[in-house]
Design a protein around this ligand. Sequence first.
Ligand SMILES: *[C@@H]1O[C@H](CO)[C@@H](O)[C@H](O)[C@H]1NC(C)=O
Ligand SMILES: *[C@@H]1O[C@H](CO)[C@@H](O)[C@H](O)[C@H]1NC(C)=O
Ligand SMILES: *[C@@H]1O[C@H](CO)[C@@H](O)[C@H](O)[C@H]1NC(C)=O
Ligand SMILES: *[C@@H]1O[C@H](CO)[C@@H](O)[C@H](O)[C@H]1NC(C)=O
Length: 370
Amino acid sequence: MMSLLCRRTIQTIFILVLLTELQVLCQDYETNYDDYDVEEESQPEVPFLVESYECARECICPYSYPFAMYCDHQKLKAIPDVPSHIHHLYLQYNEIEAITSKPFTNATSLRDINLSHNKLQSSRVEREAFTTLRHLIHLHLEHNNLEEVPPSLPKTLQRLHLGFNKISKIPADTIQKLTSITVLDLCNNRLTDAGIKGKALSGMKHLMQINMCNNRLKSMPSDLPESLLQLSVENNSISSIPEGYFKKTPKILSLRAARNKLKAVPYNAFNLSRLMDLNLGHNQLSKTFFIPKTLEHLYLNHNDYKELKVSLMCPSVDQDNPNKLTYLRIDNNKLRGPVDFHAYTCFPRMRMIFYGEQKKLEEYEPSAKE
Ligand SMILES: *[C@@H]1O[C@H](CO)[C@@H](O)[C@H](O)[C@H]1NC(C)=O
Ligand SMILES: *[C@@H]1O[C@H](CO)[C@@H](O)[C@H](O)[C@H]1NC(C)=O
Ligand SMILES: *[C@@H]1O[C@H](CO)[C@@H](O)[C@H](O)[C@H]1NC(C)=O
Ligand SMILES: *[C@@H]1O[C@H](CO)[C@@H](O)[C@H](O)[C@H]1NC(C)=O
């Protein structure tokens, strides 16, 4: 009887652990293309094998989730020693400035570290800080004061979050070796064109998503790996997309380049076989470009279009393989007349053309009054 009860309890704990684990993994999916975002952590975590319930004094290690150590919101100034059985380490919202290798000496099982919202400084990240972490998959370093990507990150790393720091360049030698990375977030930093020169990014053969929004880029990043599915360069100062730019990244599904200084894009720039989402809002575009069959959502709001040349967007109608566009946003341009009726023949799946308000010519082109 006793042993049966005991087994029940262990089973319940096991299920609880699995559920919590799943929840943590799910929380991490911030974007839409989950299908492409394969989670590779396959080893089951079996709680009854845990022999040690060791926990740092400053932290909480819940009995029901024995692989996690919670040390967040504690005003900590340093990383506490991490016991060897810990897989998930939560250190967000503290006052940590340095990362050294010492607290990780025994922590060879670590999978995730969340160090977001701290005061990390690049000069205080030890060169060898991460070398014992041979299973690290997720590293959250967003909202810190880092000026560069930490050196010697483990090759196993799949998701690296570096948003809201002061990073101005990505040295090729630090990041090239990170061949397992699938998601790299660099939004809200100080990246410039010169800072991402060289073969920094193309070494990441599994990179699926790169976010470089709110930086200081003046041109599209060159040297992206062929595996890329999503690219965000929103809110930079990019003024052009070179002819044939996407030849190197033919699998791209989503491009976000809103809030830049694009005046024109090559007519064929988006002739891609998988593109589904294209956001070019808040630019200065006025010329029509080719719309690929796969495109579902197109944002052209806040640009300078005076007319939409549907026959150029859609030069031929193929009943068997129709255009998939369902949503077009075109408000805040300089359109005058109604949308060409041909749009509905070309884009039979169209659910909504958001025409909205248009810019008043006088306000934007004082010379037009003359
Ligand atoms: C590593 O483990 C050993 C043996 O359990 C222990 O004596 C030592 O204090 C640990 N070091 C750290 C940094 O956790
Ligand atoms: C890490 O902390 C941030 C808060 O800064 C939170 O939004 C995020 O969900 C955390 N991620 C994980 C995997 O714990
Ligand atoms: C654009 O990026 C700058 C920093 O480069 C930021 O201050 C600003 O808030 C961002 N604008 C939007 C609309 O996100
Ligand atoms: C798009 O590319 C294909 C080949 O990749 C080509 O056959 C086709 O003519 C191109 N379409 C346009 C409008 O240029």
